[in-house]
Every structure is written in structure tokens, then in C-alpha cells.
Design a binder for this molecule. Structure first.
Ligand code: PMP
Length: 433
């Protein structure tokens, strides 16, 4: 996707090169419009996952029976008691005013309590900042902790926002690749090989997007200890904490690596666990000085998160985990179906993920083959072919830094899932050498 991202940018938002290189655009009277978009922002790629989703939704709207495996959100409604809490908050004038930039005090307390309940990690409310989704927490953590030239190790395949937000902070993402042979788990040895004297941070996520990889306790402890020994900051993205299947268990990095607590930012939110992606509430848990700095940044960017959404979040995180168990059972069932059906296709290798709600299938053996008269030489081509010929939307691995793979979300109805994978099977079984 690196290439696609670049070419997307080139056609949409790259800064126009000055035609007269000797002209000083800062001279009075000189039009500044030649550099309409800052260099910093011009290089940001569109979120490929949201782009696939938008294209599939547009095709659906135009009457095409598209089945989308592109979605990064649960296909369940927000629990009723959460919606009711929001409705009640709408009529309460207390919520009509600005509130503290770092979040409603009662929500910060509730997040601290929930963190102890779900992660066994004891934190104080002063360590919590409520943000507009986990995304803002990640953006602010990078902006707060990174300096230009810092290197940040990012296990790949990675969630596309990480490298973009790292670059926006002036720092350099350093991908460390793991493939299907290890279930997409990176090792301490690999991290060590990527380490330089400029490395200041590691991004870690388990369960992970896009691979669904879940690291076990010893792996996490090993990675956490390595990071602590090297004085690194770690962003631990724990947004899929409740989406683990079979014998897999979620473990919070700072909970099992106390040595890291002074240099760790946990990112979490309600989007996945409580089926609340559109409510836009997340949070970061960090040492108090980092939370204060992030709060100063947020106070000038977005101020408080919408109070109604915070009231809904308070109901979600302080209520039971009943809804998430029901979602987990459905995801687990679909996970088995999709892995089995994808592996029936010659040329597809799909490891069984232990968490999140994605499968990450290698399609390297299909590339270059003729499919309905066309040759897909990259996973981008293959994803385009699947959309055009089978009306199925998937996200190509280029989006996650690893060409040759497809990510399929199984957050869709069981019948749609089976119909969609049958379409993929029919198309790809036509593939000739
Ligand atoms: N981290 C990961 C790994 C994700 O997949 C997502 C959502 N796709 C987020 C963070 C952010 O979620 P949100 O901003 O919706 O809370």
C-alpha cells in the first residue's frame, strides 16, 4: 500500500511544485496558493480500510449486492442500557456545557475501575484521559512523546494509523515483519535487530489488527522486559481486549511488566467491546505528567469529548460484560467458518487467528495467475478483482505494510459471510497458472 498510498497522495493532495523555482513564495504579493497543503499533511495517506468500506457502501447504495469484509466495526447495535443512558444525558443541562478536557471525573474513575476489573492493572483516575476514540489517544500519545528523528518500532502487518501518526509527529516508523509462519508474532530477537540508538518507542497490540494475533503471557513479558531494559516508551493498544477465542487470553502489557509502567501508554476505547464505534470515545492510561501534557494538547484541539457520548461510555464500562460475551460467541463461530472456507481455496493460506475479528490470509501463491482473463499481480489487484467480479470487498495487505495478503473482517452476519466466501471460492477456483 505504501505505493498506492503514495500515488493516491500524488493524485489528490501532493503539494504542487512551484513552476518557477526561483520565486520566493514568501515575497509580498506572491501567491501562496502554490503550496496549498502543508508538506506534513500532504504525505498522509487516506485510511485504506475506511476507503474500502466507503467504496463498498457506495456500490451497495447504487444497488450492487456487495458483501463487505472490509469493516472494522462490530455488526451489533450498541446495548440498550447504554443508549438509554445517552438519551437521559441529552435532557440534563449539566451535559449541555463544556466539561473538563481530560474527561468527566466520574468516567475517569470508572475507566480506572474497569481497567482493574479487566486487566488487573491498578491505576488512578489521574492517569486517565478520555479522547475522541482510541485514534485520538494514539495520535496524542505520539505527538506528546516523540521528537523529530525518533525511531518507533512497529510490528508489521500494522494498523495503518500507527505509521501515519508517527510520521505526523516527525518521527520514523520502523516496521518489523512477521508472517503467517509464526502466526504474525514478532520476537524479541527481531525487535533487538531493529533497535538503534535513535529508537525511543515500541508500538504493541495484542489482540492485533489486522492479523488477530494474540501474544501469550510469556511473550508479552519478554517484549515488555526488553522495552524496559532499553528505556523505551511503549504504546500498548488494548482495544480488542475482550475479543479472544479458544484458549487464548488477553494480558495487559503493563499489568504483567511493572517495570514498564512509568513508560507505558495504554490505549483503549468502547468501539469494539461495546459495539460503539460511532460514539467516538476512547482513552489513554499513562503516567500523570504524560496525561497532563496530552490534556494540554487536547484542550487546544478538541476540548472535551461530547458529554452525551461520555455518559453512554460511563454506562458501558461500569455495566456488565454480558453483551460482549454474546458478540464473542458469534465472532468465534464465524472465525471457524471463514478460516475453514478460505483454506479450501487452492493458493490461500489463512492461519486461525486467536483474537480481534479479522483473518489475515496469504494470497501470495495466487498472484500472477489468470483469473477470468485478468492477471492479478498484487494483492491490490486481487482485491479490486474481487470487488469487480465477485462483488466482495476485502482490504489488501499493502494497507498494512505487507503486500501479498488480504484482510477479511468477520464482523458480518453468518449468512453474508458464507455467501461472500462462496463467491470468493467461485472466483478464485477459476484461477489458472
Ligand atoms: N486501535 C486499533 C488496533 C484499531 O483497530 C482501532 C479501530 N479500527 C482503533 C485503535 C481505534 O478505534 P476508535 O478510534 O474507533 O476507538
Amino acid at each position: 500500500m505504501e505505493q498506492v498510498m503514495q500515488s493516491d497522495v500524488a493524485t489528490t493532495s501532493a503539494p504542487a511544485k512551484s513552476q518557477d523555482s526561483t520565486a520566493d513564495i514568501n515575497q509580498p504579493g506572491h501567491s501562496r496558493s502554490r503550496r496549498r497543503i502543508s508538506d506534513r499533511v500532504a504525505t498522509i495517506a487516506e485510511s485504506a480500510t475506511l476507503a474500502v468500506d466507503a467504496k463498498a457502501k457506495a456500490l451497495k447504495h447504487a444497488g450492487h449486492p456487495v458483501i463487505t469484509f472490509g469493516s472494522g466495526e462490530p455488526d451489533f447495535p450498541t446495548p440498550a442500557h447504554v443508549v438509554e443512558a445517552a438519551a437521559a444525558a441529552c435532557s440534563d443541562p449539566r451535559y449541555h456545557r463544556y466539561s473538563a478536557s481530560n474527561g468527566l471525573p466520574e468516567l475517569r474513575e470508572a475507566v480506572a475501575a474497569k481497567t482493574l476489573r479487566d486487566s488487573g492493572y491498578h491505576v488512578d483516575a489521574s492517569q486517565v484521559i478520555v479522547t475522541n476514540g482510541g485514534k485520538q489517544a494514539i495520535y496524542e500519545a505520539f505527538a506528546t512523546l516523540l521528537n523529530p528523528g525518533d525511531e518507533v518500532i512497529v510490528p508489521a502487518p500494522y494498523w495503518p494509523t500507527y505509521p501515519e501518526a508517527i510520521r505526523l509527529a516527525g518521527a520514523i516508523p520502523v516496521p518489523v515483519f512477521a508472517d503467517e509462519s509464526t502466526g504474525y508474532h514478532v520476537t524479541v530477537d527481531q525487535l533487538q535487530r531493529a533497535w538503534t540508538k535513535n529508537t525511543t518507542m515500541l508500538v504493541f497490540s495484542s489482540p492485533a489488527n489486522p492479523t488477530g494475533a494474540v501474544y501469550d503471557k510469556e511473550e508479552i513479558r519478554g517484549i515488555g522486559t526488553w522495552a524496559a531494559d532499553n528505556d523505551l516508551w511503549v504504546i500498548s493498544d488494548e482495544i480488542y481486549e475482550h475479543m479472544v477465542y479458544g484458549g487464548a487470553e488477553f494480558h495487559s502489557l503493563p499489568a504483567i511488566t511493572p517495570a514498564l509502567r512509568e513508560r507505558c501508554v495504554v490505549v483503549n476505547g468502547v468501539a469494539k467491546s461495546y459495539a460503539m464505534p460511532g460514539w467516538r470515545v476512547g482513552w489513554a492510561i499513562a503516567p500523570p505528567d504524560v496525561v497532563s501534557a496530552m490534556t494540554r494538547l487536547q484542550s487546544h484541539a478538541t476540548s472535551n469529548v461530547c458529554n452525551i457520548a461520555q455518559a453512554a461510555t460511563l454506562a458501558a464500562v461500569s455495566g456488565s460484560l454480558h453483551t460482549v460475551s454474546a458478540m464473542r460467541a458469534a465472532f468465534d463461530r464465524r472465525r471457524h467458518t471463514i478460516v475453514r472456507m478460505l483454506n479450501e481455496i487452492d493458493g490461500v493460506n489463512c492461519p486461525e487467528p486467536a483474537g480481534a475479528f479479522y483473518v489475515y490470509a496469504s494470497v501470495k501463491d495466487l498472484l500472477g495467475r489468470r483469473i477470468r482473463g485478468q492477471r492479478a499481480s498484487t494483492s491490490i489487484d486481487l482485491a479490486a478483482l474481487l470487488l469487480d467480479e465477485a462483488e466482495v470487498a476485502v482490504v489488501p495487505g499493502e494497507a498494512f505494510g505487507t503486500p501479498g495478503y488480504l484482510r477479511l473482517s468477520y464482523a458480518l452476519h453468518d449468512d453474508d459471510l458464507v455467501e461472500g466466501v462462496c463467491r470468493i471460492q467461485r472466483l478464485l477456483t477459476d484461477a489458472a497458472e
